[in-house]
Design a protein around this ligand. Sequence first.
Ligand code: SAM
Length: 359
Amino acid sequence: MSTIEQPVELDGEKLMQFVFRAVDEVGATLNSALVVWGDKLGLYRALAGSGGLSPSELAERTGTAERYVREWLNAQAAGGFVEYDADSGLYSLPPEQTVALTDPSSPAYLPGLFQIALGSVIDSPRIMEAARSGQGIAWGDHVHDVHDGCERFFRPSYNAHLIAEWLPALDGVVEKLERGARVADVGCGHGASTILMAQAFPNSTFAGSDYHDGSIETARQRAQEAEVSDRVTFDIKPASSYGGTGYDLVTVFDCLHDMGDPVGAARHVRSTLKPDGTWMIVEPAAGDRVEDNLNPVGRAYYAFSTLLCTPASLSQEVGLALGAQAGEARIRDVVEAGGFTRFRRVAETPFNLVFEARP
Ligand SMILES: C[S@@+](CC[C@H](N)C(=O)[O-])C[C@H]1O[C@@H](n2cnc3c(N)ncnc32)[C@H](O)[C@@H]1O
C-alpha cells in the first residue's frame, strides 16, 4: 500500500528569520579572518585611542594598502567591532573593543580565540577526511595558528584567575608553593601556566611537559624570555610517562580531555604525587548533559571539540575522546578510575571548571 505524503507547511517568516541569522553567521565566519588581520597587521592597535582615523590615515600608520583597509574597516563597522562616524568619515575603536582587541593582560582579550578558530577552519578539510575514516589528528599536526592561538586565548584567563583564585582554592597548596614545592605541569603547551606559577612562586620548581615537540620548544623560549629558567624545565613527554616523582602539585590545564588515555594519565599522576599531594585539573566549562551546553560557550567548545580535541584524542592509544564538553561527572569518573579517592570542584569561570583531586 502506498501513502501520499502531505506537504509540510512552511512558516515563511520563520524561514526568513533563519536565513538572516545564517547570513549573520557567514559574516561572523569571514570575520574570524578579518579579526586576525586586524591583530596581525596592527590595525586595532593603531585605531585604539586615536580618536578616529580615515582609511588612508590607518593605512599609513600600519604600512598597509588603503583600498584593503577601507574595505576591512567597513566590514568591521557593519559587525560592531569599530564605529563609523558618517559626518567626519572617521572610524574609531570604542573603549570596550579596545580592551577586548588590544589588551593581552585583560581576561576579555579575544584575538587568540579568533586565531585558534581560524587555524581550526584552515585545517578543516583534513579534519573532515578524518571524520570519514574515524582516524585522529595529533595536536602537533595542526597549523601554527592553532598552537599560538591556544596560548594567546588561555593565557589571559590564567593571568586573571590562576594565582589569585584557583591555587588559593586548593587545600594548603599556596603555603607549600610559598615554602618551596615541586610542581609538574602536564600537557603544558607553550607553558603559559607553568611560567605564571614560576613567576609567582620563586621558591618552587616547575617541570612542564607536553607530547608535542614544537610546543615544548616554544615553552623553553618563553621561560628564557620570562627569566624563570632557573626553576622551570620543559620536557617532550606524554602524560602517561612524564618524569619525576614526589610532586606536591600536578596540574593539567585544558588538556585532559585531549588525551587518548586520560585514565592512564590519571594513574601516572597518582604515581608521581606525594601521598599528601594535589592534582589540579582545569577543564572547559560544561554541564553534564548535552542540553546544559546548548549555549554560546558550549557551541564554541563543541565546535573546537569537533575540529581539535576529539581528533587529538582519537589519534592516540585508547582514543577515549572525552570531548571538550565532558562535564564534571565524566571527569570525576576518569579521576576515580585513576586511583584518586577525593574529588571536588573548587572554582569556575564562564570558560573553565577547576577541580581538586587527592590520592
Ligand atoms: C588545548 S592545549 C592546552 C595547552 C596548555 N595546557 C594551555 O593551557 O595553554 C592541549 C595540549 O595537550 C597536549 N596533549 C594532548 N595529548 C597529550 C598527551 N597524551 N600527553 C601530553 N600532552 C598532551 C597537546 O599537545 C596540547 O599542548
